[in-house]
Design a protein around this ligand. Structure first.
Ligand code: NI
Length: 180
């Protein structure tokens, strides 16, 4: 297993619409295991393949307190939606930013597991929100798309500034000072 690099907004690769998974083989299992490791290390409660630059319809989620109950959704589809909830969301691809998004409070989802077996699951509360958030990713959509364009632009500028500062720090010659 390996930790993969998470793409950050506004990276254009995050806008890719992912393709259905057709082969449930060792390569897929490697991607799933890497995604789980990446999600746990971040740490996050959900990660879509798009975020690690793999453009397949695959998401991993773990909302458990003990971080030992992974849910893998392959080729997920939402069969029904009910109610509305507003949740303060964040995203590993939009680090350090949180804002309220309205979504369905209950959904029924159909997906395949890592071996291709079809299953259905009712999700509510944070799990429902998380599934909808991750499924947006595989359609090239981010939670900041639900905000005003003014807010989104502010987030983009803030992240770009932080990235530049990080890069400058990394390339700056190391200065050593000794107090004698
Ligand atoms: Ni996200």
């Amino acid at each position: 297993m390996a930790i993969r690099t998470i793409l950050e907004f506004p990276d254009p690769r995050l806008r890719t619409r992912a393709q259905p998974v057709t082969r449930f083989d060792a390569d897929l299992h490697r991607v799933i295991d890497d995604m789980l490791e990446t999600m746990y290390a971040a740490p996050g409660i959900g990660l879509a393949a798009t975020q690690v630059d793999v453009h397949q319809r695959l998401v991993v989620i773990d909302i458990s307190d003990d971080r030992n109950d992974p849910l893998v959704l392959i080729n997920p589809e939402i069969l029904s939606r009910e109610g509305e909830t507003a949740t303060e969301e964040g995203c590993l691809s939009v680090p350090g930013y949180f804002d309220e998004v309205k979504r369905a409070s209950k959904i029924r989802v159909r997906a395949q597991d890592r071996d291709g077996k079809v299953f259905e699951r009712d999700c509510e509360e944070i799990l429902a929100v998380c599934v909808q958030h991750e499924m947006d990713h595989i359609d090239g959509k981010l939670f900041v798309d639900y905000l005003s364009s003014l807010k989104r632009e502010r987030v983009r500028k803030k992240l770009e500034k932080e990235r530049k500062e990080r890069a400058a720090r990394a390339s700056a010659p190391e200065r050593r000072r000794s107090a004698l």
